[in-house]
Every structure is written in C-alpha cells, then in structure tokens.
Design a protein around this ligand. Structure first.
Ligand SMILES: *Cc1c(COP(=O)(O)O)cnc(C)c1O
Length: 491
C-alpha cells in the first residue's frame, strides 16, 4: 500500500501546541496550589442538586476544537464546586483516599509517559519498578519474602483475582470447561457477615453465584467466630458442598473489626482451603511495627489485598494483591496471543497475572510516595490518625448524649446519638436526620453503616480519620459540630 506523503509531511502538529502545554501547566499549577492551600475554606460536600451539572453542559460535542483556557475556566466553574471533596481533611466518610503531593506529581508523570505496562517489552522500567516497590511495600508491612505482589486498580478486582486463583487451585478444570469443571461439586466460599460486598461481587463475576458464598456470624466485637466457621465447613462437607476458600477481613468496612486471622488460617490449613485476607484499608496499621500483632497469621495466608489508595496517601487508584502462589495466579489467567509474544523469556509480564491487558504505570506514584515520606514518616502520620480517632472515641464514651457502638482498633469510630426515653426505631431515624444535617452544612462529610448491636441492625454514624492532612484540631472541630447539630435537633 502506498503511503501518502500529504498531511504527514506538514510541520503543524496535530496535538495542541507545546506552548499551550507550558502555559496550562503553569495555570494548573496555580490552580492546584491554590485549591489545596484553601481547601479548608471550601465546602467538603457541595450544594449540588441532581441533574444540575449535566444540564449546564452542552448536549452535543464541539464541532471545532476549543481554546484550552476556556476548557479550564469551565472546569473551575462547573466541575470543582460540584464535587464532594475527597482531598479535604474534613472528609471523614467511607474510607478516605488522599492525593498527597508526591502522589499528584506521580499521576502527572504517569500521564506524560502514558506507558502501557502489559509486558516487560512494553514497559521495562514500569515492570521492574512495580516489582521493586511492591517488595518495598511488603517489607513496610512486615510480610515475609514469599509474598509476591501485583497492582490492580481496586481491592474489588484484587479479591476477584484471589478467588479465581483459589478456584484454579481447587478446581483446575474450570478454566477450560467452565462450570462442568466443578465435577458436580458445589463450590463454597466463606467470609464473615461484616465482609465487604466485593466478595459477593467476585462470586457473581466468577460465575460461582451468590449461593456459593456463606456468611459466618461475628462476635460482639464484629469479628468472625472461628468456631462458627469450622462448624459451617463441617456441615457443608457432609451436604454436597466443596469448600475451597475463606476470606477474612483485617479492618472491616463498617467498623474496622479484625477477624482472628491466625485462627482462620489454622482452619484453612486443616481443610486445605485458600485463605485470602482483605486488608484493603486496615493494612496501613502494619506500617507501624508495634501494631503488626493485629495481623498475626496473615503472613501465612495465600493472598492479601491492600489499598495504598486508601490510607497510604497514594491517589486513586492503586490496590495491591500479594500472594504466595504467583504460579497459580498465572495459571488462572495467562493466555499469550501471537501478537503479545516477545523475545524476552526471563522477565515478568504482568499481563499474565490478571484479566486486564493494558496497565497504567501505577507503581510510579507509589514509588514517589514511599520515597517522599519514608517508613518513619508514614508510620508517624498513621499513629497520629489513630491517636486523634481515639480522642474522639473518648469524648463519645464520656458523654451521655452519645454512645460508642464498636471497639476502635484503628482510626474509625462507630457511634450514635442517644436520647433518654427514645425507642430504637426513633433513635435510628434521628441519627439519619442528624447525618443529613451534618453533610448539608458542608463543613465535614460523614457516612453511616448498620451494625448488628446485640443482633439488632442499628443505624451507626462513622467518623474515619485517615486523610493525610487530618489533624487533631479537625477532629476536635468535628466533635463540636456533631454536638451543635445534635443540639439543633431538639429545636
Ligand atoms: C474499601 C474496601 C474494599 C473495596 O475497595 P475498592 O478498592 O474500592 O474496590 C474492599 N474491602 C474492604 C475491607 C474495604 O475497606
């Protein structure tokens, strides 16, 4: 085929001019610096009503390219004020994610390079940096060297891969034969009733079905009861189920309760089940050596998921799966098409260890963060968060107006407002109103859960202290705000 010598020969670049890059980097640098410096004067939760952003945008795409300054102006006017701000130190909802400055710079460098690290051949330093930073992170968490790591986008995808590896080990025929590969057995997997919904979703996604997941009861501290797990496995084995995997959680999403990992590990060992530990948020506690005992036994688990994009100040998204059975994970997913064959044979090609082919260069921002803070820097911030949360928990405990609803092993406080002579249903309703008032005021952002308190699902307020820049004074302000809003409800 003849190659046209027309348009390509012209010197005018197709991309926006380099001068625009320089100008806009400067403009965005101003915007970003100013945004972060003044974020505390901004609302954390917007006043936005549903549909208003969409209504303010043109219904049709632009026919001609637009000047970037105009695009940036709309970004500042229309997008920024209409967001719940996750990089705000008074965001105490869900489990936080912080974009630290090293992480932001990492994202910028990632975007400029736009490396696609599916193969060593397609991203040499990306591949090797991922291996090295995940080995550093393994050491920071105090895990032994037989844990090998890979970065995915989220913990939900990490658990799906872990359960796929567990399935591969227990039912190696399924990869080829699909459900027939179970050989008539019904696969069974276990987690506690406080486990994250991503375990359920993985069962949906892997075609195991939600019926394959059995939820194990928790104790009064919301930790899995190992005796109940053992009994469930025994019962299932005598009634046609084939147990193959247990997911324990080190830092549950509702209350940060920590399942008895060593006891669960012993049960898994006895029955030859894959043990996956979900430490998506809680794993950060292990950065502090004095707290590693909380995770005792996880070093023997078959796989562990941990999210640096939660409490390690790496921007969304960056989740790590560690496994002691790298080869099983590879067997579960490796499929090398002709166009992906490369001349190197002794290298890691991360595409072999998962569903996705294209891979962002996420280890770059992780590397920037680990280097910029160091072990001691990270540990000091995490310890400070825990101390601030413990301060809040003590205020709750000391007050007649509030009730602590769960132990506080990390930096998340579960509590509620209480009133004398108010029944359970009305207490739930008032707490629901309270949280709406707090969020609508816009000064802090919080979220709720329901905890089974004495077996009764109880509306629970959560205060999470894990944003990089959240300090004790923010938490003290939060305590004052909670009390002010509670007092306002009596009017
Ligand atoms: C946040 C969380 C998840 C899900 O994390 P994503 O990365 O958003 O998928 C899973 N498990 C636990 C315990 C979590 O806290």
């Amino acid at each position: 085929m003849a190659v046209s010598s027309g348009p390509a020969a012209q010197a005018v670049p197709y991309d926006v001019a380099q001068a625009v890059l320089q100008q806009e980097l400067a403009a965005f640098s101003h915007w970003a610096t100013d945004f972060l410096a003044t974020i505390e004067q901004q609302r954390v939760y917007p006043t936005t009503q549903p549909g208003t952003v969409a209504a303010a945008l043109p219904a049709h795409p632009p026919q001609q390219g637009e000047a970037f300054a105009a695009i940036r102006a709309d970004f500042e006017r229309l997008i920024v004020p209409n967001l719940t701000h996750w990089n705000h130190p008074r965001n105490h909802a869900y489990f936080n994610s912080s974009a630290s400055i090293p992480g932001i710079l990492g994202e910028l460098a990632m975007a400029v390079l736009n490396n696609q690290g599916m193969l060593w051949h397609s991203g040499q330093a990306a591949t090797e940096l991922e291996t090295v930073t995940l080995d550093w992170l393994r050491q920071l968490l105090g895990l032994p060297s037989d844990h090998w790591g890979i970065i995915y986008d989220t913990a939900s995808i990490g658990v799906l891969h872990a359960i796929a590896a567990a399935r591969e080990r227990a039912f190696p025929d399924v990869r080829q034969r699909g459900p027939a590969g179970f050989g008539g057995k019904r696969p069974r997997i276990y987690c506690s009733e406080m486990a994250h919904s991503s375990v359920d979703k993985a069962c949906i996604g892997l075609g195991l079905g939600l019926d394959s997941l059995r939820k194990i009861a928790v104790d009064e501290a919301f930790c899995m009861r190992p005796a109940a797990l053992e009994a469930a496995i025994q019962e299932d084995m005598t009634s046609g189920w084939a147990p193959f995997c247990v997911v324990s959680t080190a830092g549950t999403t509702s209350s940060t309760s920590i399942d008895p990992i060593a006891a669960v590990q012993a049960i898994c060992h006895r029955h030859k089940l894959w043990h996956h530990v979900d430490a998506a948020h809680g794993g950060s506690m292990a950065i502090v050596p004095a707290w590693r005992h909380l995770f005792a036994g996880w070093e023997q688990a078959d796989s562990i998921v941990y999210n640096p994009h939660k409490w390690l100040f790496v921007p969304m998204d960056c989740s790590v799966l560690y496994t002691r059975h790298r080869e099983v994970l590879r067997q579960a997913f490796s499929l090398v098409a002709e166009y992906l064959i490369t001349p190197q044979h002794s290298v890691t090609n991360y595409m072999d260890y998962g569903l996705q082919l294209g891979r962002r260069f996420r280890s770059l921002k992780l590397w920037f963060v680990l280097r910029a803070f160091g072990q001691q820097g990270l540990a000091a911030i995490i310890q400070d968060h825990v101390a601030s949360a413990q301060w809040f928990a003590r205020q709750v405990q000391a007050s007649q107006d509030w009730q602590l609803l769960a132990p506080v092993p990390m930096s998340t406080v579960c509590f509620r407002a209480v009133w004398p002579d108010v029944d359970a249903a009305e207490t739930d309703r008032r707490n629901e109103v309270l949280i709406q008032r707090v969020n609508q005021a816009g000064q802090m952002f919080v979220s709720h859960t329901k905890l089974p308190v004495n077996g009764v699902p109880t509306y629970t307020l959560r205060m999470v202290v894990s944003h990089l820049n959240t300090r004790l004074h923010h938490v003290q302000q939060a305590w004052a705000d909670w009390n002010r809003h509670r007092a306002g409800m009596n009017k």
